[in-house]
Design a protein around this ligand. Structure first.
Ligand SMILES: *[C@@H]1O[C@H](CO)[C@@H](O)[C@H](O)[C@H]1NC(C)=O
Length: 493
């Protein structure tokens, strides 16, 4: 029997802690050796990949991916299911995704929702996967199920402060946070002030302003940073960690940084749409701007993008996720065009399905921007994600005898032929990308999951198999949690 199943030689190996020239030996799906370049020369292995000086990193972990969700927002339903979404992920260097299991308001239980979501994903995934429970109805029954969720390997939830179909009020949020604290669960929060959005929407509609670009006007930054600040206060009151999802406004970043500097376990996520798009992308001729409608919206201009980059560089942000929320554009049954009719030839912004695809472009866009130190890039796109959601060091690391052999290999710098992105190059089930026409000088050359090559860009492309991806039972976050520990003590107040 060969000593290794796979050797990756001549790579510049980058983890969150280290950067150096190493060779990697893989056996039975695990990393078994990370040793000085050249040390594995001649070692017996079924396969050797010469990285030729390219970057070799832990595979991407994307913890914000919407797949095969029921239509919770009226018209429109997600274009990707677990098969096409995870297929797209692996072709972009992502080896683990955490998708959502959404509980509608009309549903009492979370465990039933979990069961249904397992059925959707089972035998369909190209990448490894898990779920966050999306709590739309924190009924007594649902709150009583948190302990069982933990036994089932679910250590995170998501809640919304806006959207009629999912929004929780502050007292419901406190109920969720208290139970999450008891069970060691991390709560992700979509922070936008629902009343501000609805009020602004009414103002715009009264003035007959319906075009896609007014989506951005209807979701002003104040709606986001007020709610982010409120979520921080609720988290501090219960003393429990939260992650604020898809932060787009530099003022929200400021609130988060201030909370962190007081030692609060406030974690933050941003997404490529807030680094590479602005509200101008919603103001394209006709209905074109609908392609870039998501919430919160891309902000005003380069100063806002820069504020987010600074938060990434200075350590305020914990993770970069895609918020892949795919709707087809040229589709009047389930996609963006469901809102077009004779009366409203450019639709009404308030009914346009919210979301952009991005699971396949997340890593390449961010790396090509060349703004982050490489170790920080790995931390934000893989290692911290694995830590926050209880997957580290199985995922997000290259620790011998411990980590799964999930790896992305990039081209040696300057060796890839630069190209302009065209949607036909992507593997999602969406008919556009917000990033078409952008130039890329890097793209994953190989993606490897548990030692198996699943993406070989210069060979046959997608070589992974549907059903290869496994469900991952997760532990609690390994990042700092409640400051006090023990029961929440009402006598403290
Ligand atoms: C919050 O929502 C719950 C459930 O709908 C409701 O019972 C409660 O009265 C609401 N609280 C406030 C302050 O509106």
């Amino acid at each position: 029997m060969a000593r290794f199943d796979l050797i990756i030689s001549n790579g510049v190996v980058i983890t969150a802690e280290d950067l150096g020239q190493y060779d990697i030996g893989i056996k039975d799906g695990k990393i078994v050796k990370v040793v000085a370049k050249g040390s594995l020369k001649g070692a017996e292995s079924k396969r050797v990949i010469d990285a030729q000086g390219g970057y070799v990193m832990p595979g991407g972990v994307d913890a914000h991916v919407h797949l095969e969700e029921p239509p919770l927002f009226g018209k429109g339903s997600t274009a990707d299911n677990f098969e096409t979404g995870t297929r797209s992920a692996v072709c972009g260097g992502t080896t683990t995704v955490i998708a959502f299991a959404p509980q509608p308001k009309t549903e009492d239980s979370l465990l039933d929702v979990l069961k249904e979501t397992h059925l959707k994903a089972k035998d369909n995934c190209y990448s490894d996967y898990s779920f966050h429970l999306l709590v739309g109805n924190p009924s007594e029954k649902a709150l009583g199920e948190f302990a069982t969720l933990r036994e089932e390997g679910i250590s995170s939830l998501k809640i919304y402060m806006t959207y009629e179909a999912l929004r929780l009020n502050d007292s419901q949020i406190l109920d969720v946070l208290l139970e999450a604290r008891k069970q060691g669960i991390t709560t992700m929060v979509h922070t936008e002030n629902d009343d501000i959005i609805n009020w602004m929407t009414k103002q715009l509609e009264n003035r007959k302003l319906f075009d896609p670009k007014y989506h951005a006007t209807s979701h002003p930054a104040v709606a986001e940073f007020e709610a982010a600040y409120r979520a921080i206060c609720l988290s501090e009151f219960i003393d429990v960690p939260i992650l604020i999802v898809h932060v787009s406004s530099p003022v929200a970043v400021k609130h988060i940084r201030e909370a962190q500097s007081r030692g609060l376990p406030i974690y933050a996520e941003t997404c490529p749409q807030y680094l590479f798009l602005t509200k101008k992308d919603l103001d394209k001729p006709g209905f074109e701007g609908a392609k870039c409608i998501c919430s919160p919206p891309p902000r005003d201009g380069p100063e806002d993008q820069e504020g987010i980059w600074i938060g990434l560089i200075d350590g305020t942000f914990t993770v970069i996720s895609s918020d892949h929320c795919p709707f087809r554009f040229d589709d009047s049954v389930n996609g963006k065009k469901t809102v077009l009719n004779e009366e409203y030839p450019n639709g009404r912004f308030k009914y346009i399905p919210n979301g952009c695809p991005g699971v396949e472009t997340r890593l390449s866009l961010t790396l090509n921007a060349d703004r982050l130190e490489l170790k920080r890039f790995v931390e934000l796109t893989s290692t911290n994600v694995a830590k926050l959601y209880g997957l580290h060091p199985q995922k997000g690391a290259l620790v011998p005898e411990v980590s799964d052999a999930d790896i992305v290999i990039w081209y040696p710098p300057g060796e890839m032929e630069e190209f302009e992105l065209d949607n036909s190059m992507l593997h999602h089930n969406v008919d556009y990308s917000p990033y078409e026409g952008r130039k890329f000088a890097q793209w994953p050359r190989f993606t490897i999951i548990r030692g198996e090559v699943v993406w070989d860009r210069d060979g046959e492309g997608l070589v992974g198999k549907k059903g290869f991806g496994k469900f991952l039972k997760r532990a609690s976050s390994s990042l700092a949690g409640s400051r006090q520990g023990g029961e929440w003590d009402i006598n403290e107040f």
